[in-house]
Ligand binder design. Structure first.
Ligand code: ADP
Ligand code: MG
Length: 260
């Protein structure tokens, strides 16, 4: 499956998984969380992963994000067979190639927005003098340059998620993995977050986003549906909505950046 519109030589997939399985052992019982998932995600895609609770979406994201290892199957991230990497090499690949965005934002409460965004660069050894500049640039990309000195408690949920998106970008990842990024946000703020993700995607960032909200999936380019640890549907979303246009139609409100 290759939904790219590119008619030159086919690009290498960013994510290539084949017959991926994951079992969890709970005492004497085994939970088959993934039962053989085969999927390619190409550069520039924006994929929504949908499916009922317990269908394996988060397990899939954890494997793709190199946070966990599969029970069996193949996974190539940018052509790298991650199953062959030891723990240190896996952590290195994860920090350079994958940006994570979570439902609960996962920001450190005592750090400013700038400090939170800088963290992945400190762990990955970016030279000190470049860290602040890059963190500021990432905050500017999500429209929060003027909130750099604020702590998470001084920001709205939407702003906190935008800080988390900025943090996910700073090491120049091949892919952003977002697990229910709008799950804690009201509907308008959710559309604002989708507008930012669509803008980043338009600039070439590949995104895989888990959501159980059909409305959120309509902003993605491709929708993959899981059931009982398997992919049961995989289709391009021809009627993709543009979040910026939807926002422009919504009754005007105080812009979110001015509501602290
Ligand atoms: P989803 O994100 O679609 O709700 P999950 O990937 O979280 O689904 O879970 C898939 C299945 O694996 C569920 O039955 C869940 O209970 C089980 N599961 C997930 N994580 C663990 C774990 N760490 N230990 C045991 N079972 C787990
Ligand atoms: Mg989940």
């Amino acid at each position: 499956m290759m939904p790219s519109a590119n008619n030159s030589a086919p690009a290498e997939p960013t994510i290539h998984v084949e017959h991926l399985t994951k079992d969890y052992h709970l005492g004497a019982t085994v939970v088959h969380a993934l039962r053989g998932v085969t999927l390619d995600v190409y550069p520039g895609e924006f994929v929504a992963v949908m499916g009922a609770s317990g269908s394996g979406k988060s397990t899939f994201m954890n494997l793709v994000g190199c946070l966990d290892r599969p029970t069996s199957g193949t996974y190539l991230l940018d052509g790298i067979d991650v199953a062959r990497l030891d723990a240190d090499a896996l952590a290195f690949v994860r920090s350079r190639k994958v940006g994570f965005v979570f439902q609960g934002f996962n920001l450190l409460p005592r750090m400013t927005a700038l400090g939170n965004v800088a963290l992945p660069m400190i762990y990955s050894g970016v030279p000190k003098k470049m860290i602040e500049e890059r963190a500021m640039a990432a905050l500017a990309l999500v429209g929060l340059a003027d909130r750099a000195g604020h702590r998470p408690s001084e920001m709205s949920g939407g702003q906190q998620q935008r800080v988390a998106i900025a943090r996910s970008l700073v090491n120049g990842p091949s892919i952003i993995l977002a697990d229910e990024p709008t799950g804690n946000l009201d509907s308008r703020t959710s559309v604002e977050v989708m507008a930012i993700l669509q803008r980043l995607n338009a600039h070439g960032i590949t995104i895989v986003l888990v959501t159980h909200e059909p409305d959120i999936a309509t902003y993605c380019k491709r929708i993959v549906r899981f059931r009982d640890g398997r992919v049961i549907q995989d289709q391009l979303n021809a009627n993709r909505r543009l979040a910026a246009a939807v926002l422009a139609e919504l009754p005007s409100e105080e812009p979110e950046v001015d509501t602290v």
